[in-house]
Design a protein around this ligand. Structure first.
Ligand SMILES: NC(=O)c1ccc[n+]([C@@H]2O[C@H](COP(=O)([O-])OP(=O)(O)OC[C@H]3O[C@@H](n4cnc5c(N)ncnc54)[C@H](OP(=O)(O)O)[C@@H]3O)[C@@H](O)[C@H]2O)c1
Length: 342
């Protein structure tokens, strides 16, 4: 099924138009100096299969993924130059206002797109969203939620969708349950805090930074603690995106039978203590999670509309200043999402 799909994909790819457009892209990658390969300039209109749609990007948002790409994580040299960016909100050629779903699955795939072994995220195989236009399969656009700005909508496809799936699909949390969110300042973490509070959960958060702890309480955490601090109670679930630095604390904070959902490891992949004994003795569940499905993206939009919640934006910059936003992400100088506009 998949192999046939891939051949069909490749055969249908035609250069769309030989025009150039504004784009922010990786010309090269570097582990030590990721930003040295970043170019703010012009790229040709992206090539894509004929039946894909073109979206005029009105806003996009930065994810840690874009920084990983500049480091060469998930982006090999043969795919360069590559326009960065997973997230976008904009308009299609018929004027519809849309949000772009960044998980590109094989045309023959049905069901949960995140489980397609051939799936990629925008800017891994297909050109990304930090540009005037992005091309995606027609099924990868969903209506922009009414009343939501393009800037807010551009936060949904990666960080907010990931947070939604972590909480409600993977951990299966319900009103009254308790959750710990590690690394309160991140795009995913702030989304988890807002969504969890809106869903009636008891929310604890940690951050290394006192100001971020205060902000975490303002946006919905019942209590925020220093990284590694003992919590007032063991929790039903932990939402983990920090990785090595908080892994041990995450495991120790769970009640017997609790669930750790792991969606990232900003601080590294190798925790000092794996806590394997606790994982089996306390019958903990460790659940990996990546992005979310189109249906979850629609459900997230509905959830936000029904609860009156909205994506939390740290700052909005013109797309030309993408470098400034990426530096902030690299330095952890962020609370919420950094949005780029055209
Ligand atoms: N699986 C997926 O589909 C998916 C989707 C989105 C993101 N991700 C991944 O999830 C991670 C989070 O991404 P993000 O964009 O939300 O945020 P991020 O910019 O990577 O930051 C996350 C938070 O990590 C904390 N942190 C970083 N280094 C730390 C350290 N050494 N010790 C303790 N805390 C540390 C910081 O919290 P404080 O400063 O508050 O302490 C920071 O706010 C990334 O690794 C990203 O690649 C995965």
């Amino acid at each position: 099924m998949g192999a046939v799909g891939v051949v069909a994909h490749a055969a249908a790819v035609q250069p769309h138009r030989v025009t150039s457009m504004f784009a922010v892209y990786a010309e090269s990658t570097s582990t030590d100096e990721p930003l040295s390969g970043l170019v703010v300039g012009e790229r040709p209109e992206p090539e894509a299969p004929d039946d894909w749609v073109s979206v005029q990007v009105r806003a996009c948002s930065i994810n840690h993924h874009d920084y990983w790409s500049l480091q060469g994580v998930g982006l090999s040299d043969d795919r360069l130059p590559m326009i960065l960016g997973c997230d976008a909100a904009g308009t299609t050629e018929d004027g519809s206002e849309v949000v772009v779903h960044a998980v590109i699955s094989d045309p023959s795939w049905s069901g949960d797109e995140t489980l397609d072994p051939r799936r990629s995220l925008l800017s891994e195989r297909w050109q990304g969203t930090f540009a005037e236009r992005v091309r995606v399969p027609a099924r990868n656009v969903v209506p922009k939620p009414e009343g939501m700005s393009f800037e807010q909508a551009a936060c949904l496809p990666t960080a907010w969708l990931t947070a939604y799936r972590m909480l409600f699909t993977q951990a299966g949390l319900r009103p009254g349950d308790s959750v710990l969110v590690q690394g309160a300042g991140g795009g995913v973490a702030t989304a988890v805090i807002v969504l969890a509070r809106a869903a009636g959960l008891r929310v604890f958060a940690t951050s290394r930074d006192e100001k971020k702890r205060a902000r975490a309480e303002e946006i919905g955490a019942h209590e925020a603690f220093e990284t590694g601090a003992r919590l007032p109670q063991r929790v039903d679930a932990v939402m983990e995106t920090v990785g090595a630095a908080t892994w041990s604390h995450s495991i120790k904070s769970l009640r017997p039978g609790g669930t750790l959902v792991l969606a990232g490891a900003t601080s590294g992949f190798t925790p000092e203590q794996g806590e394997l004994n606790r994982i089996f003795f306390l019958q903990l569940r460790v659940h990996g999670s990546t992005m979310g499905t189109r249906e979850e993206l629609r459900a997230l939009a509905d959830f936000l509309a029904l609860t009156g919640s909205a994506p939390l934006i740290d700052r909005t910059l013109p797309m030309e200043q993408a470098r400034e936003g990426l530096v902030a992400i690299a330095e952890g100088d962020v609370f919420g999402k950094i949005v780029l506009t055209r």
